[in-house]
Design a protein around this ligand. Structure first.
Ligand code: GCV
Length: 721
């Protein structure tokens, strides 16, 4: 009997231990706001001392989200419940410039930007106080999140002097979420918007979404796919939109909608959507007035028109400015804006799709209404692992331009590849357009207001879904995070952002953070190497965009095939966009044009984007183009192997569930990298007729094997639903 008890006791213990482990394991839901307990007691002591007593100025009551967040973070990290006290006693004071005591405010620099804040350590009557002061409540919230970040990343508190403001006004996520909850190019489950249960049911995930966005300064969200469903503008859906807007408002987040250009026909039952037709104009005005009754601070519209089959003004012989200005007129009385996309290629397939946006938009420079901003993808084709910056950034001097990045990894490994996008964002934002002389970087272009009423902004196509860890891959969260941080300030380095994210998400342990920052920084180049090195692009599987498909030679349109882009033949490989080819280089400022136009000055990384180059061309390295290409493909795979080794060494340094998750994903990434490499090298070899050099492992299968592979139901297909 006793023995049985002992066995039972042991089993119960094992069960409890497993259960406890399970309960406390990190499944990634908390994102970078995990607020792990600080185990370094000496470090925690300085914060503990300072945070024993907090003063919240008027307006920051117990329901205030900044206050709730601060108390939650402090309780979790320091195991402390601060006392709420008077200003003179407090170690931490929080409020706006108007609500904090004048004696405190006079010690601080003035905050001039509506969303700006300061965090400063001051000395009052011989004791140190830390002040977080915003101009508005949103500024206070951002200040609190920054303060929590200092604690999470273990920064000293004794001499703080932070003065922050966002460089861009509209920092917006674009959800390509459909009303049936599929997500176009989404790889993290279903859409988080549970339209069926709205407006009655506000899921906790909506609040956590808003918190996460506010923590990195994102202040807007476009709820639905740019391939828009006109139903979105019906009262049935507007009441649901209102419910989300109400949930997000305390976090400084405004709601926007993608709209379908033909909505006046589909929803309004008009015969036309012609932007110069008075009934159509009136329909938009009435519709906009109706939206503002539901959502008084509604942000405005995002529009994809005359692109990939979407309706647009060109169907009526009008141009993009006619279309955008019609909507802008309706939104202007409410201070709403139009974000009109420049991702257009609809009418006749041109010899080079990369040129079409410039050709259609450049003549319209200066013709858009004050509250229109043109949203331009980072490159002229479509979010490839690497593209040269979009020529429109150097060309529209009288029109505000908004950057569009793709956070979701449509072309960069879905949610199985560790691809940190910080370096990609940085490369584009730092590119010199020479639009107004040397140093006119893309970041400066988008930060500048071409006229006094202009709006500035940046958009990121979301990678968020219902997956428990939000983004499918634990490291994909870093891309959402990096987007927000860079939207706030494009000057920040991708290394610093990666460092912060790793510490906040996993651990402050240096032996984890330092090597993983390096791996994250390297990860973008890894993927470029095993997918599309040296400027290759658009050679993925057709429609799904999954896996390699350099052989794709049939599609509805020639510019949906791969052969159209790589143009490999017996002589060489690459798309000649130079002055001897499609002349796309002429869309850049002369300095940039000259650099790209000449293979000798064109960077290797963009060579095949701009030139058709002979297989025997001598590269800067001294290798022929063929060997250089092969080398990059192999290097891509080798670098994933190195990543795997580094990650495997991290067991025990991070949560076991997170560790296992990343470990399995890297194994998948490695298989897929090898497939990309072998498929592409074998395929291009049929043109180069040259060997894979000695010393490189041979592909495991013949080319036909890779060509014949099929992948059913790859995620991310969507559109207009
Ligand atoms: C939302 C690419 C994607 C499409 C996407 C389009 C766009 O073509 O494959 O899924 O559609 O870009 O940005 O509008």
């Amino acid at each position: 009997m006793r023995k049985q008890f002992r066995v039972f006791g042991l089993l119960a213990f094992v069960w409890m231990f497993t259960w406890a482990n399970h309960c406390f394991a990190d499944d990634g839901y908390k994102l970078w706001l995990s607020y792990a307990k600080i185990s370094d007691r000496a470090f925690a002591a300085q914060y503990n001392q300072q945070l024993k007593q907090i003063y919240f100025a008027e307006g920051i009551g117990s329901n205030n989200v900044a206050r709730i967040e601060l108390m939650k973070g402090v309780a979790a990290m320091l195991q402390l419940t601060p006392q709420v006290t008077k200003p003179g006693d407090a170690g931490l004071l929080i409020g706006t410039q108007k609500t904090l005591p004048a004696s405190v405010i006079k010690t601080l620099p003035a905050v001039t930007h509506d969303e700006g804040y300061v965090i400063k350590t001051i000395t009052t009557n011989n004791h140190k106080q830390v002040v977080i002061a915003g101009k508005t409540q949103t500024g206070v919230l951002y200040g609190v999140f920054n303060f929590l970040r200092l604690l999470q990343t273990q920064q000293p508190i004794s001499t703080l002097n932070i003065n922050e403001y966002p460089r861009l006004e509209r920092r917006v996520l674009n959800h390509w979420d459909n009303l049936n909850r599929t997500v176009e190019r989404g790889y993290a489950g279903a859409s988080i918007w549970n339209w069926h249960k709205l407006p009655g049911y506000i899921e906790q995930q909506y609040i956590d979404y808003a918190r996460a966005n506010a923590s990195i300064g994102i202040n807007g969200t476009v709820l639905n796919n740019v391939n828009a469903n006109a139903l979105m503008l019906s009262p049935e859906y507007l009441v649901k939109v209102k419910a989300l807007a109400d949930a997000f408002r305390p976090y400084g987040i405004r709601v926007y909608l993608s709209v379908k250009f033909s909505s006046p026909i589909e929803v309004g039952k008009l015969k036309t959507a012609d932007p110069l037709n008075s009934e159509v104009r009136q329909w938009w005005k009435d519709k906009v007035d109706e939206i503002y009754k539901y959502v008084p601070d509604f942000g405005g519209f995002l529009v994809k028109a005359n692109s990939e089959g979407q309706p647009g003004p060109q169907a009526y012989g009008r141009n993009h400015a006619d279309g955008a200005n019609m909507m802008a007129e309706a939104l202007a009385p409410h201070n709403g804006i139009v974000m009109w996309r420049a991702f257009v290629y609809d009418s006749n397939p041109l010899n080079d799709r990369a040129k079409q946006a410039y050709d259609e938009f450049k003549p319209l420079d200066g013709k858009f209404a004050d509250n229109v901003i043109v949203q331009v993808k980072n490159g002229a084709i479509d979010f490839q692992p690497r593209e040269p910056f979009h020529p429109l950034f150097g060309a529209m001097k009288k029109t505000p331009l908004m950057m569009e990045f793709q956070i979701t990894q449509e072309y960069t490994g879905f949610s199985t590849h560790l691809f940190y996008e910080g370096p990609l964002f940085k490369e584009v934002l730092g590119a010199d357009t020479y639009a107004e002389g040397k140093g006119t970087t893309v970041a400066k272009v988008i930060e500048k207001k071409p006229h006094s009423k202009a709006v500035t902004g940046i958009a990121g196509v979301s990678n968020i879904g219902t997956d428990r860890n939000w983004c499918g891959h634990p490291f994909a969260q870093s891309n959402w995070y990096a987007f927000g941080r860079m939207a706030w300030n494009p000057e920040q380095s991708s290394a610093q952002i990666a460092d912060d994210w790793l510490r906040m998400t996993f651990t402050n342990n240096k032996s984890f953070v330092q090597p993983m920052v390096q791996q994250m920084l390297q990860s973008r180049e890894n993927t470029v190497n095993y997918m599309t090195p040296l400027g290759l692009h658009h050679i993925m599987g057709i429609n799904t965009h999954y896996g390699p498909g350099p052989w794709v030679n049939k599609a509805e349109r020639p510019d949906w095939t791969s052969v159209h882009y790589h143009k490999a033949d017996s002589l060489g490989i690459g798309f000649d966009r130079s002055s001897t080819g499609s002349k796309a280089t002429s869309q850049y400022a002369p300095q940039v044009q000259q650099m790209f136009d000449n293979p000798a000055t064109c960077p290797d990384s963009n060579l095949l984007w701009f030139h058709h180059v002979s297989w025997t061309y001598k590269m800067r390295s001294g290798k022929t183009l063929w060997f250089e290409l092969v080398h990059h493909y192999y290097e891509g795979v080798d670098s994933v192997r190195r990543l795997q080794t580094v990650w495997n060494g991290m067991q025990g340094k991070v949560d076991q569930e997170q560790f296992n998750s990343v470990k399995q994903l890297i194994a998948i990434q490695l298989q897929e990298a090898i497939r990309w490499r072998d498929a592409c090298v074998l395929y291009f070899q049929t043109f180069s007729k040259q060997p894979i050099p000695a010393g490189y492992e041979k592909p495991a299968h013949p080319l036909s094997y890779y060509r014949d592979q099929q992948f059913h139901f790859a995620p991310g297909i969507g559109g207009n639903i």
